[in-house]
Structure formats: structure tokens, C-alpha cells
Design a binder for this molecule. Structure first.
Ligand code: UD1
Length: 420
């Protein structure tokens, strides 16, 4: 299994481009199941999660062709609208095919995803939504089995804000009979990008990006072309990489507006940030202040940048209080950061980070999930000596060659084969 070796101490500088968003690409690729024919996508990131999606689409009788960052998905009716366990267990987001399969074929069998390192991550809200749209849903032999001759538009009020639940509801409602109103909908840019492609396919949607989305069901959708929105989490990770080394970096091909919360906190720390329509620049800075963050749904501070920001706070002047407001148990990276010498006390969903500039030293560490892997690499950039980050298959699920991008900015980082 591959590991990443980082030798700390280099100051990053230069310009780096963001790839397409994983979390936008996944629902959009599944949305293609709503219409037979050829769908064309650009700016698709080269990631393990996209490979897993491709395998699942192929199992559903789609022909998939990829060329660099372009992808063609030719959708044909499958003999069985099923997402099997072997594919779903590799990627929890496979639950996003539930809505499209049910809406399009009147039946969907989707394996339950199983455990996950970040809290329990249930799928009850996805299932409830399909029921509210008129489906019967049973859980049998580890599968969610949903059936409906045709879904019926409904008022869906999410008691808890959910990105994936909103996306499944949105996709399912496009082909339902009548009007669906989703209240307390997620406002994430990835939901908006999905709605954009659904509209290209002929869906009638209003209000995406706000907390109320209205969908007028149509009888049929047709395939189209779509360019995936840039990955705000990758862009944020690259900015923090520059910041933690005291370097000056420019991240291009991103949407600065999508990173407002991170930018505000970096400014609060004392970093100078410049931005134009599609790039963000961070000026070099020797010392920075601690800043408290509380993760929250968009436009709040993204939970997917919490671990990376925590790495930055280990090098700040002062103490930072980090509150995880979305997931239980999303502090798995804390113990690994502590192994590198960080002074962090986690208490339930709050962690207190006492900054100590230059206080980290390299060690072998284990990536526990996708964003934790990134945080350990960021810490490795400033740790004395060598940090070996093991189990980086998590990293490859969601970052396109992060080590190459960091190397292009001057990091001493390499990928090595070997067991953990
Ligand atoms: C998506 C993102 C993930 C990000 C998260 C929050 C994708 C592929 N993944 O995950 O990177 O960290 O949004 O921004 O887009 N919940 C339930 N029942 C459900 C569904 C969710 O209780 O049926 C809970 C979750 O456990 C969590 C909260 O709702 O506490 C929010 O989760 P949700 O927004 O659904 O996350 P995902 O869509 O899985």
C-alpha cells in the first residue's frame, strides 16, 4: 500500500490549479441515470471515488468513457436497478443513485453502505424522503428496496440539514408527478451545480442555493453536457498548505465566493488574502494568530476543512477552539497530530489546540479518513524531519495527486510503495 513521505521545512510558493469538485461530480454522474443517451462531462477529477462511480454506472449497464478530465456516460436501461454491496461499501456516496434509479425505473435496490469512520452517518433521511415522494421502502438483507409506479410531488421538510439527502430528493423529484418543495434544503455549491445539470437536462427547478427548492416534475429528461464546478475543499487545502509553511501561494481555477468562511478565518489569523473572479492569493506571513472555528452547513465553515485548519492552528500564536458541528466523531486525526507533537485536547465535539510554532516533529502516522489524510500531510510540511503518512487510499479517494500539486509549490514530498 502506498504511503506519502513529507520532509518538513520547505516554504511553499507559486501557483497551483484546482481540480473539479468530487462532491459535485458524484451526484451529477448519478443524475445521468435519469435520462437514456449520451451525457458529456468536463473537469471531472481523477479520483478513486470517481473510479468507484464509474464501476457502479457500468454495473447499471451504462457505457463509460474517460479521457483525461472528460467523461462520456451512455445510459441504457439496466436489467436490474441495483447497486450491489461490493461497490457501495467502497463509497458511501453510492446512496445517491437511490433517487435517480427509483424515479427513472420505479424500483431501486441499493445496498446499505455499512460503517464509516466519521460517526454513524445514517441514511434515514434519504429513505424518509423517498417515502414522502410516495415510494414504499423496505430494508431487507442489507438492501434498501424502494418501489413506486411514479413518484408523487410532496413537501419535504428536512429536520436536519443534509447535503446528500437534499441531492437525492432533488434528483427524484425531477421526474415525479406534480410539485415538490424541499424545505431546509442544503445550500452547498455542489447542490447548486447538480441543479444546474438537472436543468440542462430539462428539469424545472427554482431556488437552488437557498433553503427552499421547488421542483416541477416533468415526464422525461434528456442528456446534455456539463462542466463540473471547481473543488472548494481542495482549493482550501492548498491555501492552508501555503499558509502553514509561511509561504505565498496562488490557487487558480477556483470560486473564491465558495471559500468565504475560510478566507475570513485566514484573515482573522493575520494572513493577507487577495482574490479575483477565479483565484485566491495568500501572501507570505511569519506568524499568525489562533482563530476559533465552528463547522456548519454552507456558507459556514466546512467540516471538510476542519482537520486541515486544525493543523494550521497547531502553528498559531495562542489557543484555538475548534467545534465540529456536523459530524460526531470527526476528530480521528487529533491523536495522529498529537503523535507529531501537537498540543490538542479533544472533548466530544470540541477540540482545544494550543499553538506552538515549530513544535512538530516527523513520525509515521495513519490516515483515518479523507480529510484527516490531508491534515497530516499539512502538518508534515512543517514538522522537523520526515513524516510518513500511511493508508493514503483515503487521500486518493478525494484529492487528485495532492503530492504532485504540493511538490510543484516546492514541498519535499513523495509517494512510496510499501506496507503500513
Ligand atoms: C456530504 C459530503 C461530505 C461533507 C458533508 C457535510 C458528499 C459526497 N459528501 O456528505 O464530504 O462532509 O456533506 O458537508 O457530498 N444525516 C443523518 N441521516 C441521513 C443523512 C445525514 O442523520 O440520512 C446526518 C449526518 O450523519 C451528519 C449530517 O446529517 O451528521 C449531515 O450529513 P450530510 O450533509 O448528509 O453529509 P453527506 O451528504 O453524507
Amino acid at each position: 500500500m502506498d504511503s506519502i513521505l513529507v520532509v518538513g521545512g520547505q516554504t511553499l510558493s507559486g501557483t497551483v490549479a484546482t481540480s473539479g469538485s468530487k462532491n459535485a461530480a458524484l451526484p451529477i454522474l448519478f443524475a445521468s441515470l435519469l435520462a437514456d443517451g449520451e451525457h458529456r462531462f468536463d473537469n471531472v477529477p481523477a479520483l478513486k471515488d470517481i473510479d468507484s462511480t464509474e464501476l457502479l454506472l457500468a454495473a447499471l449497464n451504462c457505457d463509460v468513457e474517460r479521457d483525461s478530465h472528460s467523461m462520456r456516460v451512455i445510459v441504457k436501461p439496466p436489467s436490474m436497478a441495483e447497486a450491489p454491496y461490493d461497490l457501495v461499501r467502497k463509497m458511501r456516496a453510492s446512496i445517491l443513485c437511490l433517487g435517480p434509479l427509483l424515479a427513472r425505473y420505479g424500483e431501486a435496490r441499493v445496498s446499505l453502505p455499512g460503517g464509516c469512520a466519521i460517526g454513524s452517518r445514517p441514511i434515514d433521511l434519504h429513505v424518509d424522503t423517498m417515502r414522502q415522494l410516495g415510494a414504499t421502502v423496505e430494508i431487507e438483507e442489507g438492501y434498501v428496496i424502494a418501489r413506486a409506479d411514479r413518484l408523487e410531488g410532496a413537501r419535504i421538510l428536512f429536520e436536519k440539514l443534509t447535503v446528500g439527502g437534499t441531492e437525492n430528493a432533488l434528483m427524484a423529484a425531477t421526474l415525479a408527478r406534480g410539485t415538490t418543495v424541499i424545505e431546509n434544503a442544503a445550500k452547498e455549491p455542489e447542490v447548486v451545480d447538480l441543479a444546474r445539470y438537472l436543468k440542462t437536462m430539462g428539469a424545472k427547478i427554482e431556488g437552488e442555493g437557498s433553503s427552499v427548492i421547488t421542483i416541477e416534475g416533468v415526464d422525461k429528461l434528456t442528456p446534455g453536457q456539463h462542466t463540473i464546478v471547481p473543488d472548494r475543499i481542495e482549493a482550501g487545502t492548498l491555501l492552508i498548505a501555503g499558509a502553514i509553511t509561511g509561504g505565498a501561494v496562488t490557487v487558480e481555477q477556483c470560486v473564491p465566493q465558495h471559500l468565504r468562511s475560510l478566507i475570513d478565518h485566514l484573515k482573522d489569523c493575520g494572513f493577507e488574502i487577495g482574490q479575483d473572479a477565479s483565484s485566491i492569493s495568500l501572501a507570505s506571513c511569519d506568524r499568525w494568530q489562533a482563530s476559533d472555528i465552528s463547522t456548519a452547513p454552507y456558507p459556514g465553515f466546512p467540516t471538510d476543512l476542519q482537520a486541515q485548519f486544525m493543523a494550521l492552528m497547531t502553528q498559531a500564536d495562542g489557543t484555538s477552539v475548534i467545534t465540529e458541528g456536523i459530524f460526531e466523531n470527526r476528530f480521528m486525526h487529533v491523536q495522529e497530530l498529537v503523535r507529531l507533537g501537537a498540543d490538542i485536547s479533544p472533548m466530544s465535539q470540541v477540540a482545544v489546540v494550543r499553538g506552538d510554532r515549530g513544535g512538530l516533529s516527523g513520525a509515521p502516522v495513519m490516515a483515518t479518513d479523507l480529510r484527516a489524510s490531508a491534515s497530516l500531510i499539512l502538518a508534515g510540511l512543517v514538522a522537523k524531519g520526515t513524516t510518513r503518512v500511511n493508508r493514503i487510499y483515503h487521500l486518493d479517494r478525494g484529492y487528485e495527486h495532492l503530492e504532485k500539486k504540493l511538490k510543484s509549490l516546492g514541498a519535499n514530498i513523495s509517494r512510496v510503495s510499501g506496507s503500513d
